[in-house]
Design a protein around this ligand. Sequence first.
Ligand code: NAD
Length: 260
Amino acid sequence: MISIVLLGAAGRMGRAVARAAADSQGFRIKARVDRADCIPPAAARDSGESWSDSLESSVAAGDVVVDFSAGPATRAAARVCAARGVALVSGTTGIDRETEEEIRAAAERVAVLRAANFSLGVAALRRALAETIQALPDTWDIEIVERHHRGKVDSPSGTALLLAADAAAPRGLQQDALRFGREGRVGPRPAAEIGVHAVRGGTWVGDHTVLLSGEGEWIELRHVASDRQAFAYGALAAARFLATSSPGLYTMNDVLNPHR
Ligand code: NAD
């Protein structure tokens, strides 16, 4: 049984992880942590739920802290986990460089897994993309198309940028090879370019397609997340992986295929 301390427990992802843990074998949410003004009143909680506004005072209850909160909380979590010897799964995005460094420092003392996308499917897609690019000549064009709900504020998605970086690296391309949308008389498509296109509308949770186009043929590698539970189950898989891992900084690729 893996004991989890959930940071950002009142948020969308925090609640999704709690649901996923309740529907899975082998996990117990020992403590829920959120800002004092976000903690639900006693009448709105299930019996036995333990809530706190202090990770410091709750962390001892867990084998793993699962964090879907916000930058400052993530930074504090890295410090607290390192000091108390508790593993950390962190999915909070948009964190600053100091927080990244705090996470790296924590990974020297405890097992840490940080991912901008916890979906196991996206981790598998990235692996398939690496193999596909390796198998094809550089003359094949690569374009990435992502679709998200109308409320998403950043474009393109962090996952699309991750896929673009995955596609650029083996060809020796840099950030300036990425072409974010096209408009007007832009001329023929240069070979050393990776197109990235964002579609917005409706309630799409997350849809990423990598198109690889050759002479008279093409391949589409596509991942669709239809429910944020996909990220929650991925975070639990990461927690299970970390519960028996040595200190270090891990990725979802390690969770897909643990070499232990
Ligand atoms: P949300 O706003 O619904 O929830 C965030 C929660 O964190 C809130 O309840 C908030 O009160 C709490 N929080 C903020 N500061 C805190 C602090 N100092 N101490 C304790 N709690 C604090 O957001 P969400 O949709 O659940 O997403 C949370 C984060 O996870 C975002 O950064 C989001 O981009 C990211 N996310 C990552 C993945 C992934 O797969 N890695 C998937 C979805 C969302």
